[in-house]
Write a protein that binds this ligand. Structure first.
Ligand code: XMP
Length: 329
């Protein structure tokens, strides 16, 4: 089995049923990790959750999961997801660290610099937690196949550093374990379903590791996070309530670093612009914007403008990937 695991690659696993993949992987993990402890960062997303449940099947409570609130999660996401994780019987430590991320991001506007800072802070928080634990030998990661493909172009140039915590295993002197690294997202969802993970978890849209940090163009502040969280929440709740959420690969709101003139209650306003983005995709490598119903967009726009202090304009992104990307940064 160990031999098979060593040679597991896309070619070997691409035709396996979810049940066969689970059996092969859990057995390989059991053998590889006998008596050893693994630390895993959870993000609330499908990939890290499925990774956690697979590892939990293999090594039980020898898996310690860390869920960090970097202050760039969706509205109420930290509390909700932490509660959901308890129902999966996972051993999870929740770390509230928003302020230190905001401090580190002060005055930073360059997208890659933001990613690097968020990644570094994340590593520092993780390292601090690791030092409180004993006997950890491995770091688990929910890396999936597109993460590997997307981070590099054919000539090796980085487009966006999707791999947010590169360098962590070396820093902590841990060996890396990535059980999903040859699976595409739809395959991860099928494996998750076969593991008995609730649909509400599995159908969650992908959400980038740096979170709202790459959806707030320009400087990130606690106030700008609040504005985006409120707008994003109205959009996502609206998609769910109207039966549209499951028909979309990924959706979210983006806060622009510009103000524009408007009028509210007969007064001139000079406030922020929010972009709504919803895309169809199969694996995030290409994507197209979703033709959401006009009446739905009209309602969401009104709800945002009248309920989110600081926003007076909403626009809908109608760009395909390529040449645009899904995220704005
Ligand atoms: P793009 O913007 O490159 O995004 O079209 C493709 C997919 O990757 C997600 N994404 C990220 N995920 N860290 C992540 O974990 C990142 O820095 C990052 N940037 C983009 C994006 O949400 C989409 O699903």
């Amino acid at each position: 089995m160990k031999e098979e695991n060593t040679h597991l690659d896309r070619e070997h696993i691409k035709d396996l049923s979810p049940a066969a993949f689970i059996e092969l992987t859990v057995n390989a993990l059991k053998e590889q990790l006998t008596g050893e402890c693994v630390m895993l960062g959870l993000s609330g997303g499908v990939d890290s959750t499925v990774t956690a449940v697979l590892l939990n099947r293999a090594i039980g409570q020898n898996l310690v999961c860390i869920f960090v609130d970097h202050g760039l999660l969706r509205k109420n996401e930290f509390e909700t997801v932490l509660k959901d994780y308890k129902t999966l019987d996972l051993n999870v430590i929740g770390v509230g660290a928003a302020q230190r991320f905001y401090d580190a991001l002060k005055d930073i506007t360059d997208p890659e610099a933001k990613r690097k800072i968020i990644g570094k802070e994340f590593i520092d928080v993780f390292e601090e937690e690791a030092h409180k634990l004993q006997n950890i030998k491995w770091l688990g990661q929910g890396t999936i196949y597109p993460d590997i493909l997307e981070s590099l172009t054919a000539d090796g140039k980085v487009i966006k550093s999707h791999h947010n915590v590169g360098g962590l295993p070396e820093k902590l002197n841990l060996k890396l374990i990535e059980p999903l690294k040859y699976l595409y997202k739809d395959e991860v969802r099928k494996v998750g379903a076969a593991l008995g993970i609730a649909e509400s978890f599995l159908q969650r849209h992908p959400f980038p590791g740096p979170g709202l940090g790459v959806r707030i163009l320009g400087e990130i502040t606690a106030e700008r996070v609040r504005i985006l969280q409120e707008a994003d929440d109205i959009f996502i709740s609206g998609l769910i309530e109207n039966g549209l959420y499951g028909r979309v690969w990924q959706a979210g709101a983006i806060l622009l670093p510009v103000q524009s003139v408007g009028v509210k209650n007969n007064e001139r306003t000079y406030e922020n612009a929010i972009i709504l983005r919803a895309v169809h995709s199969v694996n995030a490598m290409t994507a197209d914007w979703v033709q959401l119903p006009y009446n739905f967009l009209a309602k969401i726009s009104n709800d945002i403008i009248y309920n989110v202090t600081g926003v007076n304009r909403v626009a809908y992104d109608i760009s395909a990937k390529p040449p645009a990307t899904i995220e704005w940064e």
